[in-house]
Design a protein around this ligand. Structure first.
Ligand code: AMP
Length: 410
């Protein structure tokens, strides 16, 4: 009998589904793809077989809902001999954004788990409903197969109350479940573990500051493999300056905008989540474009970059103090992995803290995890490419009884 070793990872958004099929014997990818604009006339499916030399395929035309999207994905996989009815498929792993306080680990999904994810919709109104739709659709397609929820918040549930609680009235906070949950947890977990590996140590032996700098951005302080603080809060709006989000702001700005500018709660939500951050400061949220404009002498772009880096530096300092001893600072995600000027500027001037970046190492472009600090530096600075799909697949596979290469439970 075949031992099932494949895991399908699904990341369902409100109008999109991203997927990857992995073989956990060697962590290899068999296929990946994306369905976007679900529910519109102009839906699109892009499917890429990653083994056997097949070419990328694209289908355009209306895909009515998530059920139709997943059916199309199943057809594409079947055309490559990787059908979802294969006995080699061990499980489906779903990214779920909000797991509240209840879900501290990846969890096999049953009716009770579905109900709990539903109960968390008020704290994640944009994400959890889409994640639930994806799960229900996949369960209808393969009701016999274990389906696992991997939560973006889970890695942060180890934060102590001193970091997780806002200093507001306790009864109000508890009644409305207002506290700091943190997000990007799958990435922070993966990158902190890979950083330990890069240093030749066990995760339990090292303290790491992880800087996940993508379009969304968050920092975390990880002590011995456990998260002790992170910069996102009740929602992904808190913390660092992001592509379109303000990050930290005096909450009184919101009352002021309501009272003085007559803006509604929804208007302010859109302003702070969609029209702020780098895009609000200079009109662009892509760091490549911002660097290009700076090279041409654009002052707004230069100021946006300075504000972005200033906030980043404040968090490095704060998490240095929280951890007491830091073994490594790890940069990851689109900006963290690619933007050498951001890494250089964020670490500049921190020599007294044992932090430095070697210009030559920093300029190397590769997909490999690597150190960019000089040999003499007390604290390692690393670039560690994140891989949320692999982490979800590993956690899913480990939960259904498979042995993973990456040592999720290490
Ligand atoms: P992510 O959310 O992790 O996919 O990151 C997306 C962001 O990464 C984009 O908005 C860009 O700002 C940034 N990015 C991607 N590639 C580069 C690059 N080569 N140089 C600078 N920034 C980049």
């Amino acid at each position: 009998m075949t031992t099932p070793t494949r895991v399908l990872v699904l990341n369902s958004g409100s109008s999109s589904v991203k997927y990857q099929l992995l073989d956990m014997r060697d962590d290899s990818r068999l296929a990946q793809g994306l369905v976007e604009r679900i529910g519109e006339e102009t839906s699109r499916l892009v499917h890429t077989p990653l083994q056997g030399g097949g070419a990328k395929r694209e289908k355009n035309g209306p895909i009515a809902d998530h059920a139709a999207a997943l059916k199309s994905v199943a057809e594409e996989l079947a055309a490559d001999g990787l059908g979802l009815d294969s006995p080699e498929l061990a499980a489906i792993g779903h990214r779920v954004v909000h797991g509240g306080l209840r879900f501290t680990e990846p969890t096999v999904i049953d009716d009770e788990v579905l109900a709990e994810i539903e109960r968390l919709v008020p704290v994640a109104p944009l994400h959890n409903p889409a994640n639930l739709t994806g799960i229900r659709t996949a369960m209808a397609l393969r009701p016999d197969l274990p389906q696992v929820a991997v939560f973006d918040t889970a890695f942060h549930t180890t934060m102590p109350e001193s970091a997780a609680r806002y200093a507001i009235d306790v009864e109000t906070a508890d009644a409305y479940r207002i506290r700091r949950y943190g997000f990007h947890g799958t990435s922070h977990a993966y990158v902190s573990r890979e950083t330990a590996k890069l240093l030749g140590k066990e995760p339990a032996e090292v303290n790491v500051i992880v800087l996940h700098l993508g379009n969304g951005a968050s920092a975390s302080a990880v002590r011995g493999g456990r998260c002790v603080d992170t910069s996102m809060g009740l929602t992904p709006l808190e913390g660092l300056v992001m592509g379109t989000r303000s990050g930290d702001i005096d909450p009184a700005v919101t009352f002021h905008l309501k009272r003085v500018a007559g803006m509604s709660a929804d208007d302010i939500d859109v302003l702070l989540n969609k029209k702020s951050g780098l895009v609000g400061l200079c009109g662009d949220n892509d760091m490549r474009e911002i660097r290009r404009r700076i090279d041409e002498g654009d002052e707004r772009a230069a100021l946006a970059f300075e504000i972005y880096v200033h906030r980043l530096k404040k968090y490095i300092g704060a998490y240095y103090a929280v951890l007491g001893r830091v073994d490594a600072v790890a940069f990851t995600a689109g900006v963290g992995e690619n933007a050498a000027p951001v890494r250089e500027a964020a670490i500049a001037g921190l020599e007294e803290l044992g932090l430095a970046v070697d210009a030559e190492l920093n300029s190397v472009r590769t997909d490999e995890a690597r150190l960019i600090s000089p040999d003499y530096a007390r604290v390692a600075v690393a670039v560690v490419p994140t891989d949320e799909e692999l982490e979800i697949a590993r956690q899913t596979f480990a939960l259904v009884g498979g042995e993973t290469l990456g040592g999720v439970n290490a």
